[in-house]
Design a protein around this ligand. Sequence first.
Ligand SMILES: *[C@@H]1O[C@H](CO)[C@@H](O)[C@H](O)[C@H]1NC(C)=O
Ligand SMILES: *[C@@H]1O[C@H](CO)[C@@H](O)[C@H](O)[C@H]1NC(C)=O
Length: 607
Amino acid sequence: MMIFIVFAALLSFVHTASASTGVTVMLSESMLGDGEVHGRVRVYFSKIKPEYADSKGPMYENGDEQDTNQVFGFDARFSSSSLSSELPEEAYGYPLARFADLNDLPAQSYNVQVELARFKEVHREGLPPTFLPDSCVSKDGSNGAYEKPDGTIYSKPVVWQFGTPLSLTLTEVIPDSTPSSRGCAGLGDGVDSAWIKTVRIQSSALSKFYKNSTDPTLEACVLLPYGFDDHPDAKYPLVLANGHYNPTFNPGGQFIETKPDCNDPDDYACVSAWYGYYLYTNWTASSSTPLENARVLVVTINHPTSFFDDSYAVDSEAMGPYGTAIMTELIPEVERRYRGLGEGWARGLMGGSTGGWESAAHMILYPDMFSYSLAACPDSVTFSRHTSVNMYEQDNAYYYNSDFKKTPTPGYRDGYSGQSIDYVFPAGDIISTFREMNLRELALGENGLSCGQCDAWEAVWSPVDEATGYAKRAYDKETGIIDKDVVEYWKKFDLARVLVDNWDELKDHVAGKLHFAAGGSDSFYLNNGVYDFQQLLEKSVGKDHGVTFTYGAHDGLGMQHCFRGYEYDADGKVLPNSITRLTYVQDVIPKMVESWVANAPVNADMR
Ligand SMILES: *[C@@H]1O[C@H](CO)[C@@H](O)[C@H](O)[C@H]1NC(C)=O
Ligand SMILES: *[C@@H]1O[C@H](CO)[C@@H](O)[C@H](O)[C@H]1NC(C)=O
């Protein structure tokens, strides 16, 4: 009761403090449920587009950094006595920073739509109760930045004439998508096939950390090896294929058991379906397949949090003990159910981007658990180049150091090449600066709660402010000024430094077994961290370190995100990323198995 009174006082303060924007957001009473609705209100503006006549308006087009629709955001709480809220003048906006800046736009009509991303009260060990997003994913979808989380409330898109009052009503809700989820095997939520199994556990480490205030379920999708039932006494190695949230088993390419009925080499969905089918036929062939001697369990895992679609699978102050939960609870349970060997010499890692960072981090931070890793186009593996930013040397993350110049640090160039059938031209065209990517997140969510990429990195690597419960910022989200104390804390996740600092213990573990790949023109500048990793390693321990680094190019031109290593077509031409991202299993796992066999301990069970 007391909390409620305090909050009501706060709300009226906010109201009187802000001048008027004339934009009112109302919650339909039918959305109220049994109490309050609290969350982030985001008001989207775009030019009029005919396709917005349907219910999918501008809020759906704002998923990616390159998008330039206008958005304003503010936190709000609705209750039966307070069903409307006004967009405050000081609300953060992107690309235009304040509502008053809209005066710079042509006085014409716009499509407008509002969404409310819901918050829940979360209790974490040693931290004050904090409101965090309910979720950053749709259970049926993938990365929450692209698919709206279940429970998101929104309005239908409306046409608004510039200069007139604007009133928006939150009347729609995205329902629980679990019933429509494709599930690990693509057959429905929790429905297994002969090959693909679902493993779900309630993590006790997460229940304890979150004091039961959030769902502690971890999910693994497990592909069983060929011959699993015919060899009931055999035990199998395990490959953890790290990557973003995905309800369906997708270790880098799908596993599709029926022949696709399409035949269009220019349609990426069709090409990808064929590779999914090739993976199935290769996997289930007794011979004449690259997987003939690679009978292993392949596992993908789902561990979304209130900060991102993925926890980064390590122990962090803000997100909690996900590394511990995955290493000591989830993987052992998969191995118990499906006859894993359960030993570090017979486990491997692969993945790209977020999954690339996880694959490097697991190899270095959990050396007893794994003995082979392909870390492709990984997120920052050292912070001397966190994308384009030197977190150790720069004063400001948004501009290079300079007395008089203010040159912005870039964030995203050329475009993502993972779904364009051919190469993307690496002209170096800047789509977003690092500052722009961050300011957009600030509009989507303050205090690091946007579910966006830069906020997610801070939630993994930063300490938590014990007064607020939010991750401390390594750089001010508005100004870019770097906090060196927070960056000092980041060093425990600077994978190059951890490796170099523990070289004597780790050198045999990584030599010949830790592999990096990155495109020479990675779209998010993630190749920079890989270069610096290599340089630090060579400066510290010499060139004879045994870690491999592959930088992707074709015809002398750098490859984009997410290069994972070279593969060639029948004419010897380098395959584009859009194809090689579909062949991780066939190409990487046989190499992993060779390495395991060559390095197996003397008494290992090799049957
Ligand atoms: C969480 O819930 C479980 C089962 O309901 C209970 O045994 C446990 O004590 C709870 N833990 C905390 C920290 O509240
Ligand atoms: C394995 O996959 C390749 C495509 O990568 C395909 O050409 C080949 O026919 C497959 N082999 C088997 C035995 O399924």
